[in-house]
Design a protein around this ligand. Structure first.
Ligand code: IMP
Length: 459
């Protein structure tokens, strides 16, 4: 039995349930691991539920079938599979226009008459609207106040989540109700007034949209008209979800939880200001399912890492700076440029004090080691200890604290990555993984060693 199979049947846990979590700063290759698991369950059980509990259109996931591929944001690849039920949970923020456009694009690109999966959206999920995007844009351009937003994806994610804390969220349920115009007019007015207070006319701000050039938010009438176009189409997908989730959790159907972003981007655990606004840990599932599923009952909780280095986009300064020459080489070999923006990502050494912290707060028990082929003739350097003012120190989610850290490193012998192709794990790679697993108290379950889907080993 592989470690992966064992992890799906832990004692006292709900069998055949697995969560895939970004263990560092996003873009670790979660989508591919999720796809593998979804396919595995479909093959063995004929059905699967994939559940997303956080984020929204800020996430990105490329799905390929044959020579066709598409970048999806709000729905995962399960959407292309017959037998899968894709649930967008309460903890997400949903952009209704982008979502419908995304579904249409799936049909267009793959030449389908209808979406193969069953799609269900929790009526309690909050809306993410053009108002949020325009307001975020205004905030970003407001001198020092908006500094923390410089790396934002421009999808209005923060303002959508903030609505909940301000205690006037607009939910999917509001959009499909008969009184939708009143609620959404009030929402528009509020954001308009806020913008005005800051000296912006948000109706004149162009906002990002799925697969199109930015469009003007426009007047309230325009805003409502745009929503009206997708409202009736959305209706079929919007449901109360608590009972459905509870009943299915008590059945035998496999569950794959597809987390978005990563623990290092969680607004509580990540390095400010480059953080998002949702719960990126496995525990976000508790809130999203209203407790119908407890994260602690999920059998396998896989954190995904890039194994030999870490990449991140934004202004955060991670202590484990890498030699520029090596960083440039890795960036080119592993194509470390933002999928949407093309921005070069920062490349730093793997930082184990930080990874261990993220595993602990993120609820990670297993690890998928991706990019195991990014290894050269020189030793693989990994940070194992933080020192500050001559004393042992720790990762804390505080940029000021991290700036003074002096990392201590351990070096590992490089491995011959072509050996993975024959199904073997090179001895040096095994030593490296054993060290990381011991350090973080996790179990390795998957290795990927190349960009192709079949460059994968289940361990
Ligand atoms: P927001 O989620 O658009 O508010 O962006 C906040 C921060 O999270 C920014 O630094 C983004 O670059 C980062 N971010 C958001 N989503 C992702 C993702 O899916 N992968 C990597 N970084 C992300």
């Amino acid at each position: 039995m592989t470690n992966l199979e064992k992890s799906l049947h832990k004692k006292g846990r709900r069998p055949n349930s697995v969560a895939v979590i970004g263990a560092l700063f996003g873009d670790e290759g979660k989508g591919r691991i999720t796809d593998e698991l979804t396919n595995y369950f479909l093959k063995n059980f004929g059905e699967v539920i994939t559940y997303r509990d956080n984020g929204g259109s800020n996430a990105g996931h490329t799905v390929s079938v044959g020579d066709k591929s598409i970048g999806l944001h709000q729905v995962g690849s399960g959407i292309l599979q017959k037998g899968s039920t894709v649930i967008l949970g309460k903890g997400m923020v949903i952009h209704p226009i982008d979502l419908i456009e995304e579904l249409n694009e799936v049909k267009r690109v793959f030449e389908l008459d209808s979406i193969p999966a069953k799609l269900m959206i929790d009526e309690m999920a909050c809306l993410n609207l053009d108002t949020h995007r325009a307001f975020e844009h205004a905030l970003k351009n407001r001198g020092n106040v908006g500094e923390g937003l410089q790396a934002s994806t421009g999808r209005g994610i923060g303002p959508s989540y903030a609505d909940v804390l301000y205690r006037f969220p607009v939910r999917l349920r509001d959009l499909v109700s008969r009184t939708w115009k009143k609620k959404l007019s009030e929402h528009y007015n509020l954001y308009y007034e806020w913008g005005k207070g800051m000296g912006f006319d948000i109706s004149k701000i162009a906002v990002n949209r799925f697969n199109s050039e930015p469009v003007l938010l426009g007047s309230k009438d325009n805003f409502l008209r745009n929503l009206k176009k997708v409202r009736s189409e959305l209706q079929q997908y919007v449901h109360p979800m608590f009972e459905y989730i509870k009943e299915h959790w008590e059945s035998d159907i496999p569950f794959v939880f597809e987390k978005a972003q990563a623990v290092g981007l969680d607004y509580r655990w990540g390095v400010y200001p480059d953080v998002t606004c949702s719960d990126c840990t496995v525990y976000g599932i508790n809130y999203s399912t209203e407790g119908a599923i407890l994260a602690d009952d999920i059998s396998s909780r896989i954190g995904v890492i890039k194994s030999t280095y870490t990449s991140s986009v934004g202004r955060r300064e991670i202590p484990t700076l890498m030699k520029v020459k090596l960083a440039n080489k890795i960036r080119d070999d592993a194509n470390e440029y933002g999928t949407t923006t093309g921005r070069p990502r920062d490349i730093v050494y793997m930082d184990l004090p930080m990874l261990k912290y993220f595993c602990n707060v993120g609820g990670i028990e297993e690890i998928a080691y991706t990019h195991m082929d990014i290894v050269y003739e020189e030793p693989v350097k990994v940070c194992t200890e933080y020192m500050k003012n001559g004393k042992k120190s720790y990762y804390r989610p505080d940029q000021v604290h991290l700036i003074g850290i002096e990392p201590k490193y351990k070096e590992f012998k490089p491995w011959e990555s072509s050996k993975f192709k024959g199904g073997d794990i090179p001895k040096e790679a095994q030593t490296f993984m054993d060290y990381i697993s011991d350090y973080t108290d996790t179990t390795p379950v998957v290795i990927t060693y190349g960009p192709k889907r079949h460059d994968t080993l289940v361990v």
